[in-house]
Design a protein around this ligand. Sequence first.
Ligand code: BGP
Length: 485
Amino acid sequence: MSKAKFPANFLWGGAIAANQVEGAWNTGDKGLSVADVISYKPNVSNKDYAKHAAISLEAIKEAMAETGTKNYPKRRGIDFYHHYEEDLNLFAEMGFKTLRLSIAWTRLFPTGEELEPNEKGIKFYTNVFKKMQELGIEPIVTLSHYEMPLNLSLKYNGWVSRRVIADFVRFSNACFEYFGDYVKYWLSFNEIDSVTRHPFTSAGIIPECCAPGKEIQENYQALHHQFVASALATKNLHEKYPKSQMGCMLTKLTTYPLTCNPQDVELALKKNLHNYFFSDVQVKGAYPELMKQYFKNNNIELQIEDSDYDILRENTVDFLTFSYYMSTTASNDENAERTPGNTVLGVKNPYLPSTDWGWQIDPEGLKISLLELYDRYQVPLMVVENGMGALDKFENGKVHDDYRIKYFKEHLKQMNAAIKEGVNLIGYTSWGPIDLVSAGTSQMTKRYGFIYVDADDEGNGTYARYKKDSFYWYQKVIATNGEAL
Ligand code: BGP
């Protein structure tokens, strides 16, 4: 393969989320978010995560009465709240052109229902954006990344209620008003498709509060409200800041048939079409016909107002972003070996190795995903999450993470191959450029970073930052615009 060549101005960087890094869960008048009540249970595998995340009212009550952070790792994160200058300096040292980060809704609107934003929250993010501007790091901001106000979840069963649209629009308007001069790229919902996999973290849905037997319908109802909210935010952004752009964010779950048995092919196709449903609505502005029929066939009746269709059609996103960690495989054979992965239980692909957490490593799948997405939508693409959760060995202030370098190298090469075949890819932000608390397992020791954070699963440690071998490797990749791959 000839030398890698990326477009000039390619946005190299990393991605973090407020609830996994900030900590300071009750500082600055911040309210409780859904992430703050997710407890850490040692040895919860990804396979059990969906169950674990389907929280009960009793568990929420217990969490609300608890004032500590020991059992609730997302309350402490990596204390980015107090370390942000140091961390941004480290990102700048790596040469980051961009950083994807999210704004905690509860720092601005502690219960989600206030009419005016909390000044302390505005101040914190203003400081962060000012520092980024100083360092020449372009922000990509996710408005909602698994951190909706817990109050909205308890009072209205989260996004199931239509009224939450107005709360979100007020929040997003405040973000545009206060941070619009610093931010050009916005994303509405992180992995919007995840409502159907982990409804609580993604949409504040508490299973006990759903109408009996209607959980699936209510998940899709919540999703519809998020679609409308995202479109309204897009509308407001375009009106106020015509040069700014809104993107959608999808978990790219590229699925292969395990065999060429047409039944397996059909199953894989259906899974892929379901994955595209979420981006179809946001990029093309309409519900796909097959999805409408799927709802009918499954007695899923959604409350959709006539004007919603116009809102969706008239306010499509400007670009599409996605997370890519692995591919999955589908089979009709009930006995086929299963493997866990990003809350998706797929069939084991015999051609692929796996990470310490059983996620199948498939760099070529990234290229396939890019080709498929670009061919389908013809809008600029960004890979906004990709990386390898691993058990790192920290010795004498160093981590020799050659496995991570290998993972990234192979993925970036495939990304470059897709660009050479014509895909308009404008940026790449690796997931967790600094170690952070895992979304799925709440572990600290599932590490993704180029930067090591001295903290363990129970929160013990100095929280000092150390550069891993991969730090210097990524620095070189960015400095050469990918040529040093
Ligand atoms: C995505 C989420 C991230 C992130 C990542 C890795 O689904 O958007 O928030 O954490 O997956 O998952 P995990 O933390 O479970 O390893």
